[in-house]
Design a protein around this ligand. Sequence first.
Ligand SMILES: NC(=O)c1ccc[n+]([C@@H]2O[C@H](COP(=O)([O-])OP(=O)(O)OC[C@H]3O[C@@H](n4cnc5c(N)ncnc54)[C@H](OP(=O)(O)O)[C@@H]3O)[C@@H](O)[C@H]2O)c1
Length: 241
Amino acid sequence: MQAALGGAVDGVLAEYRVFPAHALVKTPQHLTDVEAAALPCAGLTAWSAVVKLGGVKPGRTVLTQGTGGVALFALQFAKMCGARVIATSSSDAKIERLKSLGADVTLNYRNTPDWGRKARELTGQGVDLVVEVGGVGTLNESIRATRIGGTIAFIGVLAGPPPSELRLPLIVLQQQRLQGVTVGSIEDLQAMADAISINGMKPVIDRTFPFDQAKEAFAHMASGARFGKVAIAPGEASAFD
Ligand SMILES: NC(=O)c1ccc[n+]([C@@H]2O[C@H](COP(=O)([O-])OP(=O)(O)OC[C@H]3O[C@@H](n4cnc5c(N)ncnc54)[C@H](OP(=O)(O)O)[C@@H]3O)[C@@H](O)[C@H]2O)c1
């Protein structure tokens, strides 16, 4: 797991790279290479959280946090499974885009810092699954959002330091499951690619930068202005003008 692509090991930002054949799957035919490049990390992590470990079924409710790569894939997979999605963002403009991706309910987590309480109120009993990309900084609200016996798929650490007191006793009292998620297996990647093909699903690519503007791509990532994935493709800037 330490060697997961897109993780701690450098070397994926390359125009050519050799991979062992057993580590590869055929990309869905309807996707461009840039779109397919979003699948092995953000896509597969969301697939594991929602489908494999989350076991989301029609009629269930899933809460996604923000408009990053993992969260948007999670929204799309949850809708594919027939679930209702409550999606959050810090930006009202991005919330409009979440709605067009199929989010049933949206909450601005800046204007509504108690979004977990709000999600619980909206559902009556709480959501079945939270796709937790914020980490300990958002965990208290996620615990509040989740129903008794529900699951928090613990994936990322975007939200910064923990609050002074974590509501861990509530996890016990509500018999919630805190499910760690690390990307997924090659079998899961194949299953996800098949599902994406059958459903004609398209990953959300915010912007594609040419290879010689990789630094600008990372700066754009850090700016917080994006919606979904930022891609770097082979080629020079002129090809993208
Ligand atoms: N466990 C794994 O296998 C695995 C795999 C991939 C990624 N990750 C981790 O999962 C996290 C998400 O990855 P990503 O690639 O989707 O990230 P990303 O694309 O960088 O996500 C950025 C977005 O996250 C949202 N966000 C930031 N702080 C937030 C907060 N406090 N509450 C809610 N949303 C917040 C913002 O959305 P708005 O602008 O809409 O507010 C922001 O635009 C990262 O920590 C990453 O390292 C883990």
